[in-house]
Design a binder for this molecule. Structure first.
Ligand code: URP
Ligand code: ZN
Ligand code: ZN
Ligand code: ZN
Length: 489
């Protein structure tokens, strides 16, 4: 600490503005953003950013580090996952705490242990997998004492994480009362189980059976159902990993009608298609197994367009990595292939290359969808998601002229595979600064386990703006009840 850095000569990009300016950092915090800041003294480290973009570090709203899932544990933990993130220009993420036997407190304890090795800042969402009075009480404790302001409900994974509509309704009500955001994994888990059995009966046991067993209509159905239930309760809804046109159109419709629905596409859904699930090599095909599945070509382009137009608001990764040995658990039955793909290291580069470089979004929108929107939704803006006086110094310097080639040879994930193997593009994060420390520079990581901080996220963020008012409007819109007084005796 005591480190002082001056980033000179770059274009500073915030979601609201791009400007030629210098950035002065001291003790992990941005102290000044303006043109021509003088160097001062010899103890200030000067970084030349001429011709480059100086932007808030990425915030990944959706990851699963060290998660116990489908009989195994994701291979990236809170150290290797953070190494990968920082090398890719992401300086914060929000991971999903999975309760232990439905117990939230035990789940949080276990995730605190996992996060002891953290090398960058992180926050938590929490999954809700069962319902009783104890869970409802614990949700309140999570919000009021532990800085968690979002809860995820899995409408899929029948037999393990899946919730039924009665639980979802209880959860939506509780979220609303606590000012916490309800999140859904939207696939119809009962129909998925039926679809899987159908594939097995047809003798389709390979990874392609995964895609065939859970088609877009099942994602569309669950998305529509969750949106309608959230409307009925009148509380905001966040739909994670929107993978299909079907789901995206439900979100678009709800938004047109003024409902507070947030749609999160993930990188894999934006740029990959399902053709690789038909690769004859199981090791290749199984890499792409995630839920909801990567869709047929066409869905990704439509999701990109929805991101450009604002129907979808922020990009996550759903980073949930397994190596080829773990994926091989399902070599005779796709239902046993651990679900999940990488992305925490690739997100910033892929969104830049496929969206900014191609002119589909502006540089300011890039910052919005990769960082600022997440900080605003989860109520930690402008400490995170901005380069403003007083913001945490989580900053990246991107060189728009440098080219990259992705793959397991270069990545920092512990997995031996990468779904973006061989992908080429333009625009490279050359420097990553995490709370004032230069942690990635010239292709070299300099990180310390335990240096990350837990970021508490307060309830009642701006997604709740107007909810009370619309509740009142609803009550006053109800037709007056009929007075059926007992006939006087
Ligand atoms: O396949 C996926 N997405 N694995 C991670 C768990 C989830 O559903 O988010
Ligand atoms: Zn999910
Ligand atoms: Zn996920
Ligand atoms: Zn607001």
């Amino acid at each position: 600490d005591g480190t002082r850095i001056l980033i000179k000569g770059g274009t500073v990009v915030n979601a609201h503005r791009a400007e030629a300016a210098d950035v002065y950092i001291e003790d992990g915090v941005v102290l000044a953003v303006r043109p021509n800041i003088p160097v001062g003294d010899d103890n200030v480290r000067v970084i030349d950013a001429t011709g480059k973009y100086v932007m808030p570090g990425g915030i990944d709203p959706h990851t699963h580090l060290a998660m116990e899932f489908m009989g195994t544990v994701t291979i990236d933990d809170f150290f290797s996952g953070h190494a990968a993130a920082l090398a890719g220009g992401t300086t914060m993420h929000i991971d999903f705490v999975i309760p232990v036997n439905g117990n939230l407190t035990a789940g949080l304890e276990s995730y605190k242990q996992k996060a002891a090795s953290s090398a960058m800042d992180y926050g938590f969402h929490m999954a809700i997998t069962k319902w009783d009075d104890e869970v409802a009480r614990e949700m309140e404790v999570m919000v009021k004492e532990h800085g968690i302001n979002s809860f995820k409900f899995f409408m899929a994974y029948k037999g393990s994480l899946m919730v039924t509509d009665d639980l979802l309704l209880e959860g939506l009500k509780k979220c609303k009362s606590l000012g916490a955001l309800a999140m859904v994994h939207a696939e119809n888990g009962d129909a998925v189980a039926e679809g899987q059995q159908r594939m097995i009966d047809l003798g389709i046991t390979g990874p392609e059976g995964h895609a065939l067993s859970r088609p877009p209509i099942l994602e569309g159905e669950a998305t529509a159902r969750a949106i309608r239930l959230a409307k009925f309760i009148n509380t905001p809804l966040y739909v994670v990993h929107v993978m299909s046109i079907d789901a995206m159109e439900e979100i678009a419709k709800a938004k047109r009608e003024g409902q507070k629905v947030i749609g999160e596409p993930v990188v894999s859904g934006l740029v990959l298609d399902d053709s690789l699930l038909w690769d004859p090599d199981f090791t290749i095909a199984s890499k792409y197994v995630m839920s909801p599945p990567i869709r047929e070509a066409g869905h990704g382009k439509a999701l990109q367009a929805a991101l450009s137009s604002g129907i979808l608001q922020l990009v996550g990764t759903d980073h949930c990595t397994f190596n080829s040995t773990q994926k091989a658990f399902g070599s005779d039955d796709f239902r046993k292939i651990p679900n999940g793909v990488n992305g925490i290291e690739e997100r910033m580069h892929i969104v830049w290359d496929s969206m900014v470089e191609t002119g589909k979004i502006s540089v300011t929108d890039y910052v919005r969808v990769t960082s600022t929107e997440c900080a605003k939704i989860f109520n930690i803006y402008p400490r995170k998601g901005a380069i403003l006086e007083g913001s945490d110094a989580d900053i990246i310097i991107l060189n728009p002229e440098r080219r990259f080639v992705m793959g397991a040879h270069a990545h920092h994930s512990r997995s031996n595979t990468n779904v973006y193997e061989g992908r080429k593009g333009k625009g490279m994060v050359e420097v990553t600064i995490s709370r004032g420390r230069v942690v990635w520079e010239d292709g070299v990581l300099n990180i310390t386990p335990g240096s990350g901080r837990y970021v508490r996220m307060p309830p009642f963020g701006h997604v709740f703006d107007g909810i009370e008012k619309s509740d009142a409007a609803y009550r006053s819109s109800l037709r007056a009840p009929v007075q059926r007084g007992k006939a006087a005796a």
